[in-house]
Design a protein around this ligand. Structure first.
Ligand code: NAI
Ligand code: 15L
Length: 266
């Protein structure tokens, strides 16, 4: 691979991938609206607001794989979500279409399906059930992925990432945790698989508690290796069991499902 573009490269996942994907392609092009510091060896730093279509068009030129992480990563006002996630993701797909159709891995989120109950095991055919405006924007990104593949053959994988952090932070994340290493394995499979089509993948490690079934995406050859059990005792000591009837416990999206509508004043 000649040039891999990482959007959102200054964020939590972006910083980890900047370190871990160094040398994976010939050049790592890093982009964010926030400061990225100096380009290191094998890096190009291209600051860009994803809402700026012209800038994104230039950003994407010459890239042969895009890992699209950039955008608002939690709930926000509609205006924030509109600019960074809805316009931003459209701009990335459209620029990719016009510049040789590089594969895209789109960082979707479990919040696209956050209003499914935890007892429901989801698979590739499960309906979107967003739990927030943020989740709605991820549904939009997935729909773009479907459209750009069917209309133009632009291959993409939309990863409904659970919780990708060094460790699970609460009881819910024992089920939703995705280790950084498993995410990197997935990013490499998406680059290397013969075909990827337009595929939805649930981004969780090989955890004991499983809400999601990725068998529809088995052809990608992604086999998560890590397991959250090693953190269970620590998490359960720090976080007492909650009422199972709480909205945040009942639904897969947890606190996002329970939160007020962000545009409401109180
Ligand atoms: P983060 O908030 O740390 O990073 C997002 C980055 O996007 C930030 O550096 C921010 O400056 C940049 N950004 C925001 N608006 C932008 C714009 N208009 N133009 C250019 N850059 C912009 O989030 P994190 O945790 O690194 O997540 C990365 C992606 O993965 C996000 O899209 C998030 O929604 C998704 N995701 C992450 C999960 C996780 O557990 N970390 C779970 C589910 C989805
Ligand atoms: C997400 O989509 C967020 O980006 C991340 O910060 C976590 O809240 C994660 O989901 C989660 O559900 O744990």
């Amino acid at each position: 691979m000649q040039r891999l573009l990482l959007t959102g490269a200054a964020g939590g996942l972006g910083q980890m991938l900047r370190r871990e994907l160094a040398g994976y392609g010939q050049t790592l092009r890093l982009s964010d609206i926030a400061d990225l510091g100096e380009a290191g060896p094998g890096e190009e730093v291209v600051p860009c607001d994803l809402a700026d279509a012209e800038a994104v068009m230039k950003l994407v030129e010459g890239c042969d794989y895009i890992v699209h992480l950039g955008g608002k990563s939690i709930e926000g006002t509609f205006e924030e979500i509109l600019q960074s996630n809805i316009r931003g993701t459209y701009n990335v797909f459209e620029a990719a279409r016009q510049h040789g159709k590089p594969r895209i891995l789109f960082a979707s989120s479990n919040h696209a399906i956050g209003f499914h109950e935890r007892e429901t095991r989801l698979d590739g055919n499960s309906l979107q059930r967003p739990d927030s405006l943020y989740g709605v924007s991820k549904c939009f990104g997935e729909a773009l992925g479907c459209y750009y593949y069917n209309k133009f053959g632009l291959e993409n994988v939309c990863v409904r990432i659970g919780s990708c952090f060094p460790e699970p932070k609460d009881r819910r994340m024992l089920a939703t945790w995705l280790s950084g290493e498993d995410f990197i394995r997935l990013i490499k499979r998406v680059a290397e698989a013969t075909r990827i089509g337009h595929t939805i993948v649930y981004g969780a490690s090989n955890n004991q508690e499983q809400w999601w079934d990725n068998s529809h995406a088995a052809f990608l050859g992604w086999v998560p290796q890590d397991i959250s059990e090693q953190f269970r005792a620590k998490v359960e000591t720090a976080h007492p069991r909650q009422d199972p009837e709480d909205t945040a416990v009942r639904y897969q999206g947890g606190g996002f499902a329970a939160a007020r509508h962000f545009e409401d004043k109180s």
